[in-house]
Design a protein around this ligand. Structure first.
Ligand code: PRX
Length: 574
């Protein structure tokens, strides 16, 4: 597999990877901005207002299609007005710089307007994926001390039961055309927007002042709030240029939801910094609809995830054969390992290369990638972007030679590196516990030519359909079910989804295992936590393997599930 290669087809914005690695400096990235260069920063200024006061004023910034096929579009000029109105709306409601503005919406234009409106007034945009249930929303809003929430009346129904616990919350802004009496603490978005001025003086931010907080899962505890500063835009712009390879006439589609980092860094910020037209589709995954969107909007660059590509592959060659994509230059992929088979399929059926990219919520932007000007080695994640030093290290921080497996680590200080974890400095410091390195939590190796190959996670974090799921969060939700005494959760390999969430559950006295109970427990977690995080498989067991101190040994559960050696059990409870 390691010997298979796909030669480069053409030079992109990046003409030579090797040359750029020698010559590139981050300072050259800064030159693209109107403000910055050591001065004030604001992503919203560079992504919207700069274009709105140039010839791009009437260029389409956003093409949007609803789940039912309704279309809307916004020019950069219109986006400036709408985001200014929202910034004024927030200020009118008493919002201050640094306030956390939660946005719990489907992929609708208001998600973009409220994101950049928040950034303009110096607030921290806190997106949450609309598939998240009441407990997930409450945990995140409580942790971040949410000041504002933007949502729809339908999604608000999920939040209403937990409203009392959200003591720092000032106002809920409901996105709908309602004029009737709004519920307690709630106001109507449209009404306020109509009354707000379309002019706004964008706040001048320091490079490290946060513009976004993304909640993401680890092995232990509840999800943590990863903060990114306005300076992240330097790397978001450079990678949108070098990796996405965006050019002036492009229509670019990122399928990730703004609730995830890919949906903000590359579904909003990066491409708009370059003045590209974005496509946003509200609906869910459906092979025919997705192909049709690529064709109808003449998408030129498409950023998606391996699970989606695997599902398209499964939908068959006949279906893809009904469409043609003459405008599409290449596909980019992120979030989980990209199978060589998928790369071969895309070449065979669409005639397009798939460029794998590796990064994380914490890294804010792409770090290890493939480029139009470079050879692809299917199965490898590619090579570090110019300006980034990545390594494979051991526990002491020794940079290991090619071929040796170890921790995938990066020299800290890249422009989009997280600026903190909200109210959790110890967790932030843990990422840097190996001196001189940021430790990613992934295991990998590097080959002689500097390509990185992913091996797996070093921890228990689960990746299902590209979503990052913390086992602890699922176990906690399971334990709230009256029938559950103990629960251990693992990622079980799955051909399409990468992994699925599998739970091992022991029952309280008086409960009897049954298929009905499995379905009921599964549904319980789905409703509380998230539609993507519930256990698709549950095994009832008499007891769970634990350490003497009572910690559930997930690695033992996993090894047993996979029929592997269980390894050292000396700490196991006897
Ligand atoms: O395990 C790696 C996997 O996804 C993790 C980061 O997840 P998240 O913070 O949700 O960010 C996803 C999108 C930026 C990584 O630690 N991962 C990400 N990209 C790849 C990958 N695994 C293999 N190949 C990739 N290209």
């Amino acid at each position: 597999m390691e010997n298979e290669t796909l030669p480069s087809e053409r030079a992109g914005n990046l003409e030579s990877y090797e040359k750029a690695c020698k010559d590139f400096t981050w300072a050259s990235g800064e030159e693209e901005f109107e403000w910055s260069s050591g001065g004030p920063y604001n992503i919203a200024h560079e992504a919207i207002d700069k274009h709105a006061s140039s010839w791009r004023k009437n260029k389409v910034a956003l093409y949007w299609e609803s789940a039912s096929g309704k279309m809307r579009k916004f020019t950069f000029g219109e986006m400036r007005r709408e985001t200014n109105r929202f910034a004024n709306t927030l200020v009118g409601l008493g919002a201050k710089r640094g306030d956390r503005v939660f946005v719990y919406l489907d992929r609708i234009p208001e998600a973009y307007i409220t994101a950049f409106g928040t950034m303009k007034m110096g607030g921290i945009f806190a997106p949450i994926f609309s598939a998240l249930g009441p407990d997930g929303v409450r945990d995140r809003m409580l942790d971040a001390g949410a000041r504002f929430l933007v949502t729809t009346p339908q999604l608000f129904e999920r939040v209403q039961p937990v409203m009392e616990s959200l003591t720092e919350l000032s106002t809920v802004i409901l996105v709908s055309a309602g004029t009737e009496q709004a519920p307690d603490k709630c106001v109507w978005f449209r009404e306020l927007m109509r009354a707000s001025s379309p002019d706004f003086e964008t706040e001048r931010m320091a490079p490290h002042e946060p513009y976004v907080i993304h909640y993401t899962s680890g092995t232990t505890g509840k999800p943590k709030g990863v903060l990114h500063g306005h300076k992240a835009m330097v790397q978001q712009l450079v990678t949108s240029k070098f990796v996405l390879d965006l050019k002036e006439g492009d229509t670019y589609w990122c399928t990730s939801d703004p609730g995830w980092v890919t949906g903000t860094s590359y579904g909003m910020v990066g491409p708009w910094l370059l003045g590209s037209s974005l496509l946003s589709y509200e609906g869910r995954f459906d092979p025919r609809t997705w192909y049709s969107l690529l064709e109808r909007y003449e998408v030129t660059v498409w950023y998606t995830a391996p699970t989606a590509l695997r599902m398209l592959m499964k939908a068959g060659d006949d279906l893809v054969g009904e469409f043609s994509f003459p405008s599409l230059r290449h596909v980019c992929s992120v979030g989980e390992p990209l199978n060589p088979e998928v790369i071969r399929w895309a070449m065979r059926t669409m005639g397009k290369r798939v460029h794998d990219t590796w990064w994380q919520t914490e890294t804010g932007a792409m770090l290890i990638c493939n480029y139009p000007c470079s050879t692809i080695k299917p199965g490898s994640m590619g090579r570090p972007i110019p300006g980034i030093q990545a390594g494979i290290v051991d526990e002491e921080g020794q940079d290991l030679p090619p071929g040796r497996e170890g921790f995938l680590a990066v020299r800290p200080g890249w422009p989009s590196m997280m600026v903190g974890i909200w109210r959790n400095a110890p967790r932030y410091r843990e990422y840097f516990k190996i001196p001189g390195w940021y430790v990613s939590g992934d295991m990998a190796f590097r080959d002689e030519e500097g390509y990185f190959w992913f091996l797996g996670r070093a921890d228990d974090v689960i990746k299902s359909s590209g979503e990052r799921i913390g086992p602890f969060e699922v176990e906690s939700a399971l334990l709230e079910h009256p029938a559950v005494a103990e629960a251990g959760v693992i990622g079980k390999p799955d051909e399409i989804r990468g992994e699925i969430v599998k739970a091992f559950v022991s029952l309280r006295p008086g409960y009897v295992p049954s298929d009905w109970l499995k379905a009921e427990v599964s549904q319980f977690v789905k409703q509380k936590l998230a539609a993507y995080a519930y256990p698709k498989e549950i095994d009832f067991v008499d007891s769970l393997p634990k350490t003497r101190s009572g910690k559930i040994l997930r690695r033992v559960l996993k090894a047993r599930e996979l029929g592997q050696e269980v390894g050292d059990l000396s700490t196991l409870e006897k």
